[in-house]
Design a protein around this ligand. Structure first.
Ligand SMILES: *[C@@H]1O[C@H](CO)[C@@H](O)[C@H](O)[C@H]1NC(C)=O
Length: 552
């Protein structure tokens, strides 16, 4: 099939080339216009205007305390770029373009957001992992109003935040953070409370597409996490199970000073001490006895050993009797015993002994002193508090990224902070939804993808021409001498060290007229790869090199 496709593409491409109608060749992308948010919005950013990087946003030049001088510096690179794949015309985003550097950037909100339990809090933004993502975060921090947000150029990992939200992955561990830095109302100490409930599929780190993250916190302390506008989890900030540690400590705690009394009996059943062994209980009978009714099979050869020395074996030339001992040929199965019940001494098989009783034990009875499983008593928790407004003391006045990532080119876009869920939806409609539409439109049109790739790599035009020329020549040869040609091509395949093709491949080959040629195979793979690049790369196991490494 792939080869037929290639032929079709090549033909269509050549047609376009011949017509020379260049404008017609580009696939129409979804029209995009930078969105405008309402005046009263707390914060919105579409990054389409590159000048915001120096005006509205502040890059950190802070240093990480107590770390090696060279590694401590916040010197990661931020830039404004369009998406690498399927960009909308005129749409740009913030890109973390450096690898393995501390990078922080932040911006003031239009006005601080106060969690006064009268309105929802909504934070929404886009992330695209444009390179294979091995380790690094892509979360944002909502910085707590206070002295630290006065000078954002000093934004670092110690800068107080109220909420941290977004994806993170290192090696096999991936998560969606939702952390609240909660102020203890009794003594004002701050503790990070980690939500345990938000998760994402691995594919968001591998598909290189923009994904939309939304967190909504409502005045009743319920919260919702949406990925790509689909609800993933709905919970309660104050639930004991949602956060670790829970926002509010437990009312009662275990008394660590309580100890189990010595006479506490936890045995539900005990042996019946009054029971005695019956007189006829014989403990000496074995469990199994030889089966006296068994007889030796007729074909059993008692005089033949089961194994004999291998007479064909020869002593190795480098065998040293002093070092290795006297050489003896290895033993092999005695061929005389093949197809027989057995050889060598015969013994009766064992059978269950009907008289077997085993060791006598006293039967178990209920324990009159049983008091159940002991557990320490609970006492009221001296640190207990019940904060019903867990974010009230942490208003936010800035938003930023404070990240470190091994993989670069992480793309962020369309941040919005609002107290109106509809506003966030509208914003997504004008931004992320268009991107998504564009991706599906363009990736559906495989032709478009091939075309784009070719336009970026113009040398491919030459390859197409050569491939078509070869194909035509081969087609001509094939139709003139089909049977003879088939056998030669089979032979030539055997000579190469290519892996034996899968059944599927063979079906493919049989569908196609004999156009098998090393050169065209290579091209074929290139193009297949380009088509499937949206998928996980592991799904392209057809290259011989991959197979070999797998064996290792
Ligand atoms: C505040 O209270 C918590 C327990 O609720 C305790 O762990 C912490 O040490 C206290 N901090 C101060 C400064 O007293």
């Amino acid at each position: 099939m792939a080869k037929i496709k290639l032929l079709v593409y090549t033909a269509v491409l050549l047609l376009h080339l011949a017509l020379g109608d260049d404008d017609d060749v580009t696939v129409e992308s979804v029209p995009y216009e930078s969105p405008t948010a309402s005046k009263d919005i707390y914060f919105s950013e579409h990054f389409d205007d590159a000048s915001v990087l120096s005006k509205k946003w502040v890059k950190s030049n802070s240093k990480k305390p107590d770390v090696d001088e060279e590694l401590a510096q916040y010197d990661g690179k931020w830039s404004i770029e369009q998406l690498e794949k399927f960009p909308l015309k005129g749409d740009k985003g913030l890109v973390l373009s450096s690898e393995s550097r501390h990078a922080a950037i932040s911006s003031k909100l239009n006005r601080p957001f106060k969690f006064d339990q009268t309105k929802p809090f909504v934070i929404q933004y886009e992330v695209a992992f444009q390179k294979p993502h091995t380790c690094g975060g892509a979360y944002l921090k909502l910085l707590t109003e206070g002295p630290a947000t006065k000078d954002l150029s000093q934004f670092n990992d110690k800068t107080p935040y109220s909420i941290m939200f977004g994806p993170d992955k290192c090696g096999p561990t991936s998560k969606v953070h939702f952390i609240i830095r909660h102020k203890n109302p009794k003594n004002n100490t701050i503790t990070e409370k980690h939500c345990l409930k938000l998760k994402t599929e691995e594919t968001i780190f591998t598909d290189h597409q923009p994904h939309l993250f939304t967190l909504v916190i409502k005045p009743d302390n319920s919260y919702s996490f949406y990925l790509n506008q689909e609800l993933q989890y709905e919970g309660d900030l104050l639930s004991d199970e949602d956060f670790d540690p829970s926002i509010n400590p437990p009312k009662e705690i275990v008394d660590v000073n309580d100890v189990k009394p010595k006479d506490w009996d936890e045995r539900a059943k005990i042996p019946d001490e009054s029971a005695v062994k019956p007189d006829d209980w014989d403990e000496s009978e074995p469990e199994n006895i030889p089966d006296e009714s068994a007889v030796i099979p007729n074909d059993w050869l008692e005089s033949e050993p089961t194994h004999i020395p291998d007479t064909a074996a020869v002593k190795p030339t480098d065998w040293d009797n002093d070092m290795d001992g006297e050489w003896e040929p290895p033993l092999i199965n005695n061929p005389k015993c093949e197809d027989r019940s057995g050889c060598g001494p015969w013994s009766r098989p064992l059978m269950k002994n009907p008289k077997f009783k085993g060791k006598w034990k006293q039967p178990l009875v209920d324990n009159p002193n049983y008091r159940g499983k002991w557990s320490p008593r609970l006492i009221s928790n001296p640190d207990y508090f019940n904060d019903l407004t867990p974010l009230k003391s942490s208003p936010i006045s800035a938003v930023g990224f404070e990240l470190w990532s091994i993989s670069n080119q992480i793309y962020f876009d369309n941040i919005i902070i609002t107290d109106n869920e509809l506003q966030a939806e509208e914003w997504a409609k004008k931004t992320w939804s268009l991107k998504k539409k564009n991706v599906s439109q363009e990736s559906e049109s495989v032709f478009g993808a091939v075309l784009r790739y070719t336009n970026e790599n113009p040398w491919l035009w030459a390859v197409y021409v050569v491939v078509v020329a070869i194909t035509v020549v081969l087609l001509v040869i094939t139709c003139c001498s089909s049977t003879k040609d088939k056998s030669t091509s089979d032979e030539s395949r055997k000579k190469t060290d290519e892996p034996v093709p899968d059944v599927e491949d063979q079906i493919d080959n049989s569908e196609v007229v004999d156009t098998k040629d090393n050169k065209s195979t290579d091209e074929d793979e290139n193009i297949d790869y380009e088509e499937t690049e949206q998928d996980n790369k592991d799904q392209v196991p057809s290259s011989p090199r991959k197979r070999r490494t797998r064996k290792d």
